[in-house]
Design a binder for this molecule. Sequence first.
Ligand code: UDP
Length: 343
Amino acid sequence: MFLRVEAMRILVVGGAGYIGSHMVKRLARDGHEVVVLDNLSTGHREAARFGEMVEGDLGDSALLDRLLGQRPFAAVMHFGAYSQVGESSQEPAAYYRNNAAYTLNLLDAMRAHAVHLLVFSSTAAVFGEPTYIPIDESHPLHPLNPYGRSKRMVEEILADYEQAYGLHWAALRYFNAAGADPEGDLGEQHEPETHLIPIVLQVASGRRSELQVFGDDYDTPDGTCIRDYVHVTDLCDAHALALDYLCSGRPSRAWNLGTEAGFSVREVVDAARRVTGREIPLRMMPRRPGDPARLVADSAAARRDLGWRPQFPDLETMISHAWRWECRIRDGDLPLAKGVPAR
Ligand code: UDP
């Protein structure tokens, strides 16, 4: 849709994490010079191997000043955040500090060193319990937990920084990121894992005995929660397109990123049974606090403004890419995860 941007030097904060590491590989493949800043609190050094790794924390303003002062950066992509909804209610201080206050450190370092382009990882959690489905960008923002609130705060800060300091930004609100690098180099690896698809696949691979289904009494056709799963490669495409968009001087804004299809927990399990050929035992559990019954994106704006078209909208494809990755973890075929037992 746009002229592809020229090769740039790009700082990827959180580039050793799940989505960030896939982005680093993508940017490097596109010919950009990629510097990763990651404190390795949840990421893996090995995952950042497609870029140049700087181990450090956004809390360290002196480091940010040195890093951005040494070489000119054309843009920043910021994936570095805590992202567990439940934990955020127990540890709000950590979430507001890491996700909101430390992002201010980054923005101020960018300002000091005249870096004007930012692609920011936001989330569907900014919406809270939806009042209509699918959720477009006009839907009101009523986040239900400190995680969602910390992301909404940053979105508000970005708008103010644009007004006052000329920052150009894109906030990408991911629905449920899923899948793994189609070439098998990267994937999702959280400790502990809380997300549905990796847990389902740990059960399939034998690293976990059963899936606990958090609630089967929701107002949905099969009683389990419905989510919009989007392939990590497609999220990376959206970031690359958002960077092109910002480079073309068009107005900053937020976009909702999903495939616009909803799948229930039971449908995800059935798809995983088809992909893996394994049984996947279930145990019904009470609802998990703060889970909306349905979250499905309206991504018409991303399609229209960015020319974004998910390449892997099919749930079974997402699961099969994640399954290949899970098998590598189970088999100890990864430098960081030799025989790592699931909990
Ligand atoms: N879920 C589940 N069992 C698990 C993990 C998740 O039943 O072990 C459900 C969860 O309640 C939600 C859906 O799967 O309805 C997706 O959860 P996930 O944590 O992957 O993403 P979220 O939508 O919370 O960002």
